[in-house]
Design a protein around this ligand. Sequence first.
Ligand SMILES: Cc1cc2nc3c(=O)[nH]c(=O)nc-3n(C[C@H](O)[C@H](O)[C@H](O)COP(=O)(O)OP(=O)(O)OC[C@H]3O[C@@H](n4cnc5c(N)ncnc54)[C@H](O)[C@@H]3O)c2cc1C
Length: 470
Amino acid sequence: MISNEIKQKLIQIVGPENYDDSKAGRLAYSYDATPQFQSLPDAVIAPRNTKEVSEIVKICNEYRIPIVPRGSGTNLCAGTCPIEGGIVLIFKHMNKILEIDEENLTVTVQPGVITLDLIQAVEEKGLFYPPDPSSMKISTIGGNINENSGGLRGLKYGVTRDYVMGLEVVLANGDIIRTGGKLAKDVAGYDLTRLFVGSEGTLGIITEATLKLIPMPETKKTMLALYEDLEAAARSVSAIIANKIIPATLEFLDQPTLEVVEAYAQIGLPTDVKAVLLIEQDGPKEVVERDMKKMEQICREQQAISVQVARSEEEANALRTARRSALSALARLKPTTILEDATVPRSEIAKMVKAINEIAQKYNVKICTFGHAGDGNLHPTCPTDARDRDELERVEKAFEEIFAKAIELGGTITGEHGVGVMKAPYLEWKLGAEGIAAMKAIKQALDPNNIMNPGKVFAKSTRKRVVVTR
Ligand SMILES: Cc1cc2nc3c(=O)[nH]c(=O)nc-3n(C[C@H](O)[C@H](O)[C@H](O)COP(=O)(O)OP(=O)(O)OC[C@H]3O[C@@H](n4cnc5c(N)ncnc54)[C@H](O)[C@@H]3O)c2cc1C
């Protein structure tokens, strides 16, 4: 609870218009994109600058008030669900692109900038910011950095981590620090930039970021390879990489996903095949032509029944947009959509896809699978109904087995969606007790009072998905 005295102190910092403790306001920030997690915060605060963030944090640290930094709340791990109450910090005022530096190839932004706005702003100058999560129309850069988000272009260009050069961070004691910067080379001390990337708001609040840009690729081509056999599609992924081609995009959709995506996007996707691969290459024209030809040949050798090259940029864009809409399309099927993020080495994709289907059958649940096949990052997705407790229990068991299988194949419990509350019970499977202890030591050193997004990343118990209400 926030006492009236503390409330007045916080209002003095941000002004009454930026402090909301109405029931409606708190309700709006009590949940995020993760199904089945909800908990009311005590207040929602919208600071206007770094100094205000620092002053808010100092008060919260003094009175042990939890802080949940929040971008657009699109994370899928309950990372912004205020399970221990406290304040939700939003960045609607801190949403400016501060500088595009064409000499150093960097862009400096505030955390509330929408990812697509940034991508479009730099593209107008012939520059390229590759990380493109499917949620980019609404997600923020602050959220992308804190989840280390990936996207369709991750295979060739890497993920958010690979583009974060410097940060301004407000620490849990209110101190403001700067890490890294515009320098291509800088080894002065520990690499704190990397530490904060993917830290899920548990170590500090990012108030500014300097990101790397690269020149726009000269050309791009897109094609769809269709398969009658899931494993043949998965084998094609491994074969393309084994032939030393790194496509810009190598995405996988299975038949059930295709069917719902086509019903949603209506662009003429084939729905009678077992799987498709969406493949793209970009770069110099000759390289793109050569790679596309070679990949087409590989797909055919691996029993693709058809390979179709997009005839225009409009057609290619429609395919990309359709792929990006996979989760939204699947969400129309049933009241609850549980999307997971199991990731394996690319060479194990075929085994993982097969295992997912066997597990779905074993527990009698529907699981549609799509994902960034080139990264080994699959999104098995289950349309279900949270009111059906029996089915939900089977869904839980199925996903638990999917995570265990991913680990057995040398993979991980999450490739890009983060740990949050949802994956916390499984983190030890991946890191071991020693790994968890090392991470807890970092958390303890930077946030001894545990005010920064408490209850995330580290499991309190073996509790799994639950609705937490306060
Ligand atoms: C339809 C859909 C498609 C998606 N596709 C992808 C995809 O392709 N790839 C992918 O990786 N993810 C994807 N996601 C997941 C999600 O969009 C990403 O994790 C995204 O980066 C979250 O951004 P956000 O602004 O919504 O952040 P939020 O969800 O608000 O926050 C995410 C985390 O960042 C922390 N945080 C936010 N801002 C700050 C800050 N300034 N300082 C400190 N901590 C902060 C929060 O506390 C939280 O832990 C998808 C989600 C949806 C709903």
